[in-house]
Design a protein around this ligand. Structure first.
Ligand SMILES: Cc1cc2nc3c(=O)[nH]c(=O)nc-3n(C[C@H](O)[C@H](O)[C@H](O)COP(=O)(O)OP(=O)(O)OC[C@H]3O[C@@H](n4cnc5c(N)ncnc54)[C@H](O)[C@@H]3O)c2cc1C
Length: 547
């Protein structure tokens, strides 16, 4: 990796290299103090550059063999390289890191430059009993990079950063084959040259990679319209310990069960995704984002259900519940927030729910779809708030993770969790999850702020994305969140929610996986793993949990 590439890496204890001016505004800080009864206090992250990392467990013979395959530049055992690939970006990861805990690092980082080099690395790791953890952008929020050696002699991070080729562009069929190491902006920039787009914009877009999206079945902010990442994959190549496995499905096939489904969401347990064939679209000629408001969450969910049923869903749908709407307005602050509050009160929507709706595509089609959706929204008693609300969401769509760093710096617990449910269960899942989080995180002096939005809408239901802010328990910060997460997960599963809508399983969700897919489902996954990875070196512990 070049020096310039190193500089654009995620920070070791936060998002990006600097806070980028995303400090908590004074007015928002005051509002939060009133809401959750928290006292701001400086809780800066420890400087990690000087922390001593454990010695590598890689033997000289294994190192020499890997260097022979990849070259000395692409096998690294230095502390900074291992630190950079040694954790994801969940609250638990960040709190450990911020406190100076650098345990569980990979013993080495390897950077293969081709599919065949990945195969050769896997072969050597089988011989030497070394676990292999594929590493994309490092943005996992479910402990996907925290598996460790899982009983093997050592573990290496296999960073796909050099696998960035766009090897074919079939503009006629709208299919592009590309390497897993491309980050969102890199791929979109390449596509823009041909007037194409993938349309995948998760909040982690700046750093996450194509391979990571596929391995975790990611969903982006525009996935209601463009489709989730797993719907955009038309083929994949996997390097496994027993050889190459190519799976394709364009445009469609009835040749037995869909094996591509085994690769998508596999989180590195079957091998390394080294190529993806993706469905792209012509870049949109027009984009239109606007704000709407509903009087209450039940009315808003009914409005979205009606849109889905009439096949009039916008491409971007983000519906905030009452608490998230209040927080959005408080964080916006200033004259814009005052004007919006006045407008909402005048329409009887003072304690209501904000909806961001966005349409993309050919200008005429955008106009037609928007007008049809708007008239249905009005019939559902929604009020149009105009384009400035939509534009304001658009310009801040990637700033949340930077603000999270600022909130962690002043003693707050900040974390998210997500699920999805049918229209029938959605309201109950929302209320039960929210109540469980509030109960778990409340103390005699402080009460958490639990916010939620619907981020993706389907014909049969929708996803729910919760953001939690609470006074951090400085003595037991990890335990505090683990208890809340357990309570929330039990609540959402028992009311009909899914374990995860787009964050994947990793280590953190592994204890609940059998509740979602059943013991037989777990046994099927084990059988596939035994066939593709007989010695179990590929991301041991992820999905199945630590033995
Ligand atoms: C601030 C923030 C916002 C986020 N927003 C979203 C969002 O809007 N939507 C969403 O879906 N997710 C989101 N996430 C979660 C995360 O970004 C996604 O899971 C993303 O898909 C991970 O991609 P990555 O390249 O960073 O993968 P990594 O974190 O590097 O890896 C994730 C898992 O996949 C495995 N893996 C990675 N690459 C490969 C490969 N080539 N072959 C096999 N296995 C591989 C890893 O071993 C690991 O288990 C967010 C995370 C953060 C921190």
């Amino acid at each position: 990796m070049t020096e310039a590439e190193e500089r654009t890496e995620l920070g070791l204890t936060g998002w990006g290299q600097s806070a980028k001016g995303h400090e908590l505004p004074n007015a928002a800080g005051k509002w939060l103090r009133r809401e959750i009864g928290w006292t701001p206090r400086p809780t800066q992250a420890k400087e990690l550059a000087s922390v001593t990392t454990a010695a590598t467990r890689l033997t000289d013979a294994s190192s020499a063999a890997l260097i022979e395959i990849l070259g000395a530049d692409h096998v690294r055992t230095d502390g900074p390289s291992r630190l950079r690939r040694g954790a994801g970006r969940s609250y638990l990861d960040l709190i450990r890191r911020r406190g100076g805990d650098v345990s569980g690092l990979p013993d080495a980082v390897v950077l293969p430059g081709s599919h065949n080099e990945v195969l050769a690395v896997l072969g050597r790791c089988v011989d030497d009993d070394i676990a292999v953890m594929p590493f994309g952008g490092g943005t996992s929020v479910v402990g996907g990079l925290a598996g460790g050696a899982g009983g093997h002699r050592a573990v290496i991070a296999l960073d796909v950063a050099r696998l960035k080729d766009v090897s074919s562009i079939d503009a006629k069929s709208l299919l592009v084959t590309a390497g897993p190491g491309l980050r969102g902006p890199e791929f979109e920039t390449r596509m823009a040259r041909y007037g194409l787009t993938l349309g995948h914009f998760p909040q982690s877009y700046e750093f996450a990679t194509l391979g990571g999206y596929a391995a975790t079945r990611s969903a982006g902010q525009a996935s209601t319209g463009y489709g989730r990442f797993d719907e955009l994959v038309a083929g994949a190549r996997l390097a496994t310990p027993v050889g190459s496995w190519q799976v394709r499905r364009p445009p469609c096939s009835a040749a037995g069960p869909d094996l591509l489904g085994l690769v998508l969401g596999s989180e590195g347990i079957f091998g390394v995704i080294t190529d993806l064939t993706l469905r792209v679209r012509p870049a949109p000629e027009a984009k239109h984002y606007e704000g709407w408001s509903f009087r209450s969450l039940p009315r808003a969910l009914e409005g979205l259900r009606q849109l889905a049923r009439a096949e009039l869903l916008p491409d971007i749908v983000r519906l905030s519940d009452t608490d998230e709407t209040r927080a959005n307005i408080a964080f916006t602050g200033g004259s814009k927030a005052t004007a919006l509050q006045a407008l909402l009160r005048a329409r009887g929507h003072g304690g209501g729910c904000l909806l961001i709706a966005g349409w993309e595509g050919e200008a005429d089609a955008v106009g037609v779809r928007r007008r049809a959706a708007s008239s249905l929204l009005r019939r559902c008693e929604a009020v149009r708030l105009g384009r400035s609300v939509g534009q304001s969401w658009l310009s801040n769509r990637y700033s949340g993770p930077y603000l999270r760093d600022a909130l962690l710096d002043v003693g707050l617990l900040v974390e998210t969790l997500e699920t999805a449910a049918s229209w029938t269960d959605l309201g109950e899942v929302h209320d039960a999850t929210r109540d469980a989080l509030i109960e778990s995180l409340s103390t005699s002096e402080a009460k958490p702020l639990v916010m939620c939005h619907v981020s993706h809408v389907y014909p049969t239901g929708a996803s729910l994305y919760f953001t939690v802010l609470a006074d951090r328990d400085d003595d037991r910060p990890l335990q505090q969140w683990l208890l809340a997460k357990r309570a929330a997960t039990d609540a959402l599963l028992s009311t009909g929610g899914v374990l995860t809508h787009h964050h994947a399983v990793g280590i953190d969700h592994a204890p609940w996986l059998s509740r979602e897919i059943g013991d037989l489902g777990i046994a099927v996954l084990h059988a596939v793993k035994d066939r593709l990875d007989p010695t179990g070196i590929c991301n041991p512990c992820v999905l199945f949990g630590r033995p």
